[in-house]
Design a protein around this ligand. Structure first.
Ligand code: ZN
Length: 277
């Protein structure tokens, strides 16, 4: 699943390419989208704004129509010049939004639907989202409150729960927990508010760092440009911890058994020694 910053960058790229421009061609292989296009054609509408909300990408069109897509694991949006060769096979194409200058192509998106602004506001997938870590008005107190509601969850799982806070994915989950020396499987209930706040702030900082990184050349949390030194723990199973030299461990447990990387020495399990066994 892409991290919030990846989607934020995608939205920014699409915004720069499409915003303010009329759609000259719309194409889709998805029946529910082509039905809307037949009734109320997309070509001729103007792209008003493109933005990301959590892991949803919203393309707002004139005439009160919003194209909402969700990438899940495999989905992506690319921007091409008309006639430019696509980097993905045509069979993966789901949607094409074309202006005079650019072609925005959605490949393998898991969710794609048209909604009015009002429908979108009521959409449970969006309404249930926690504060978006990339939102300038991010409410950290609310984020901590929502994490707190997930007391039985391991903190790693809670951080990627988009209902608690929106934007953190599996890579940053491991990185944030390492940076704050918190074992990722520690139940939220075993952590105090100041620790949760530190995790939330570090998550914001990491995603913010990667939004500025316009190259998209890979995620960075260590602040180092060397490609082999960009991340603290993610993807580094068996390698030496950058802080203490211990071997980085990989475990898959918790919700959906997502891969979780951590240093057993820097991030001791805090559960032992508390009443929460
Ligand atoms: Zn370590």
């Amino acid at each position: 699943m892409p991290e919030g910053d990846t989607l934020f960058r995608t939205a920014r790229t699409l915004q720069r390419a499409l915003a303010g421009k009329p759609v000259v061609r719309f194409e889709t292989v998805l029946v529910q989208l082509s039905r809307v296009d037949d009734d109320a054609p997309i070509a001729g509408r103007t792209v008003e704004r493109v933005r990301s909300v959590g892991k949803h990408l919203l393309i707002e069109l004139s005439g009160d129509l919003v194209l909402r897509t969700h990438m899940r694991m495999a989905g992506s949006w690319h921007v091409y010049r008309p006639g430019e060769r696509w980097q993905r096979p045509r069979s993966a194409m789901r949607v094409v939004v074309e202006t005079a200058d650019f072609q925005a192509v959605a490949f393998d998106v898991a969710v794609a639907e048209f909604r009015t602004t009002r429908e979108l506001a009521r959409d449970p997938a969006l309404a249930s989202l926690g504060p978006d870590v990339l939102d300038p008005g991010f409410d950290e107190v609310e984020a901590v409150r929502r994490l707190r509601e997930r007391g039985a969850l391991g903190v790693g799982d809670a951080l990627v729960d988009q209902g608690a806070l929106a934007g953190i994915g599996n890579v940053f989950k491991s990185e944030v927990c390492f940076a704050e020396r918190v074992h990722p499987f520690t139940p939220v209930a075993a952590l105090d508010d100041s620790t949760l706040l530190r995790l939330v702030r570090t998550g914001r900082r990491f995603l913010g760092m990667n939004v500025l990184e316009s190259s998209g050349s890979g995620m960075v949390t260590t602040g180092r440009g060397d490609p082999s030194a960009r991340l603290w723990v993610y993807g580094r199973v068996g390698e030496a911890c950058r802080v203490c030299g211990e071997r980085i461990r990989l475990e898959r447990r918790g919700l959906q058994a997502r891969s979780t990387y951590f240093c057993p020495r820097c991030q001791p399990c805090e559960v032992s020694g508390t009443s929460l066994a």
